[in-house]
Write a protein that binds this ligand. Structure first.
Ligand SMILES: Cc1cc2nc3c(=O)[nH]c(=O)nc-3n(C[C@H](O)[C@H](O)[C@H](O)COP(=O)(O)O)c2cc1C
Length: 201
C-alpha cells in the first residue's frame, strides 16, 4: 500500500478568532478523514520571524523553532494548502513571509490548494496563484473563498467558527478530493522524473 500523502497547510491569519484559521482547520480535518497526513502550520500560533535571507541556506540548522518546523514539513510535503484572509486586496503579509522561506525545491511538481476569507473575494487566492507559479508549484483549479455569513456567529475560546454554509462545505469536499488526486498523481510524476530537488539550480 502507498504511504499516506503528506499535506502541509499554512494558515495565514495572525489573529486568534479567525475565519481563515477556522477554514484551514476544517480543510485539515477533511483531508485527514480522507487518509492524508496533515501538518498544519498556523501562523497565529507559530508566528515566524521576518526572513533573514542570509539564513535561507541554513535549512537544517535554522535557529527559530517555527521556521525549522516549516522547513522540515516542506521537505516531506506532497501537496500544500495556502489559506489567507484578504488584506488590502491581496493575501496577508505573514503568509508571504512564510512562503519566502521556501523555494522551488519545495514546490516543484507539487499541487497547491488555495483558500481565502473576506467577502468571498478571490483577490487573496488570485495573488497566491501567481506566487505559486513563481515557485513552480501547480495550483489546483478548485479554490475556496468564504465570507462571514458562511460561519456560525461566535468563535469559542479556541477562536474557531463552524462553517455552516452547505455550498462552501460541499466545495471544501471537492477541493480536498481534487488536491488528493493531484497529489497522488504528482507523487508518481516526481518518482518518474527522478530527483528534481537535486537537479534544480
Ligand atoms: C490590514 C488589513 C487589511 C484588510 N483589507 C481588506 C480588504 O482589502 N478587503 C476586505 O474585504 N477586507 C479586508 N480586511 C478585513 C479582513 O479580511 C477581515 O477582518 C477578515 O475577517 C480577516 O480574516 P481572519 O478572520 O481570518 O483574521 C482587512 C483587514 C486587515 C487587518
Amino acid at each position: 500500500m502507498a504511504a499516506p500523502l503528506e499535506i502541509v497547510i499554512l494558515s495565514g491569519s495572525p489573529r486568534r478568532r479567525s475565519y481563515t484559521r477556522s477554514l484551514a482547520h476544517h480543510i485539515g480535518d477533511v483531508l485527514r478523514r480522507d487518509g492524508a497526513r496533515v501538518e498544519l502550520i498556523d501562523l497565529h500560533e507559530t508566528p515566524l520571524p521576518s526572513l533573514d535571507p542570509e539564513l535561507r541556506g541554513a535549512r537544517n540548522i535554522h535557529p527559530d523553532a517555527g521556521v525549522a518546523t516549516l522547513l522540515r514539513a516542506a521537505a516531506a510535503a506532497d501537496a500544500y494548502v495556502l489559506a489567507s484572509p484578504t488584506y488590502h486586496n491581496s493575501y496577508a503579509g505573514v503568509l508571504k513571509n512564510a512562503l519566502d522561506y521556501l523555494s522551488i525545491h519545495d514546490f516543484r511538481y507539487r499541487p497547491v490548494g488555495l483558500a481565502g476569507h473576506g467577502g468571498r473575494s478571490t483577490q487573496a487566492v488570485d495573488h497566491l496563484r501567481q506566487v505559486v507559479r513563481g515557485v513552480l508549484g501547480v495550483s489546483i483549479p478548485t479554490q475556496v473563498c468564504t465570507q462571514e455569513s458562511d460561519y456560525a456567529g461566535k468563535a469559542g475560546e479556541s477562536g474557531f467558527y463552524d462553517i455552516v454554509d452547505s455550498d462552501i462545505r460541499e466545495r471544501i469536499e471537492r477541493f480536498a478530493q481534487e488536491l488528493l488526486l493531484f497529489a497522488e498523481h504528482m507523487r508518481d510524476l516526481r518518482a518518474a522524473a527522478g530527483s528534481p530537488r537535486q537537479s534544480l539550480r
